[in-house]
Ligand binder design. Structure first.
Ligand code: ATP
Length: 241
């Protein structure tokens, strides 16, 4: 099912509402603008009207939350491939799931899960891509870019939405069959900060280490004081030093 909206609070919120108790069929929600676009940990995703893509794929999955470890990283690769198909040549990933181009954020991902943690759950895969935005978003408090700024031309949002849906379908099918492990190498190849000295912020402290890669569940592997340590969870944030 496809739900096209002019203005909505958040495409993820709408997908979760549509799936609650009802549809088990996969659905896509697209909006021209979001009044309450969400990032991780309650942060705001700036979502001006008519310029960008605000896209959520919703689907029901049997088997509980545990098998979804690493999903948002796989969505990162699928999104990067869709942007590349439009001509982006310099994109890369930042753990866990931001997409950067020339050191600036071009797309963000928010995966939200509801339902029974051990059985049938509803998954909302939200993707915000800066497509034709040039200057209207002065309220963004970190460096950002858009496909238009990178490619030097206007980009057709419908074509990009179709690419995104196709890449997601391809990557999700394989992820549900084989888990994150099958994507580890591909993800590391796209990671911008492999081998770099980084700072990992947790709710309690910050840890300095060298990025070694990811583990089979999508956790980040750091070398800290000569020893490898793995960190995972939604409360973590990585920065380059
Ligand atoms: P991390 O994911 O590593 O914790 P983050 O600060 O990028 O870092 P997210 O929750 O992924 O956090 O994204 C939300 C942040 O993205 C906002 O706080 C803002 O800084 C930035 N942001 C908001 N809207 C946009 C946009 N349209 N394009 C680029 N960046 C944006």
């Amino acid at each position: 099912a496809l739900s096209l909206r002019s203005q909505i609070d958040s495409t993820n919120a709408e997908a979760l509402r549509l799936m609650a108790g009802r549809s088990r069929q996969p659905l896509v929600v697209l909006a021209e603008a979001q009044s309450n676009g969400r990032g991780r940990r309650g942060r705001h995703w700036v979502s001006p009207y008519g310029e960008n893509l605000y896209f959520t794929l919703g689907c029901s999955v049997a088997g509980g939350f545990a098998q979804l470890a690493g999903l948002s990283l796989v969505v990162g690769i699928a999104t990067l491939r869709a942007l590349e198909s439009e001509g982006l040549a310099n994109g890369g990933l930042k753990w866990p799931n931001d997409i950067y181009s020339h050191g600036k954020k071009i797309a963000g991902i928010l995966v939200e899960i509801a339902g029974d943690p051990a059985d049938l759950c509803q998954v909302a895969i939200g993707i915000g891509v800066n497509v034709n935005m040039t200057e209207s978003a002065s309220s963004i408090d970190q460096e950002w870019t858009s496909l238009r700024l990178q490619l030097g031309r206007f980009v057709d949002r419908s074509a990009l939405a179709i690419q995104l849906a196709q890449q997601l379908q391809r990557y999700l099918q394989r992820f549900l069959d084989r888990g994150f492990h099958a994507f580890k190498d591909e993800w590391e190849q796209a990671h911008l900060w492999q081998g770099e000295e980084c700072l990992l912020s947790t709710p309690l402290t910050s840890i300095e280490g060298v990025v070694l890669g990811v583990d089979g569940q999508g956790g980040i592997r750091l070398r800290v004081d000569g020893r490898e340590q793995v960190f995972c969870g939604g409360e973590l944030s990585l920065r380059r030093i």
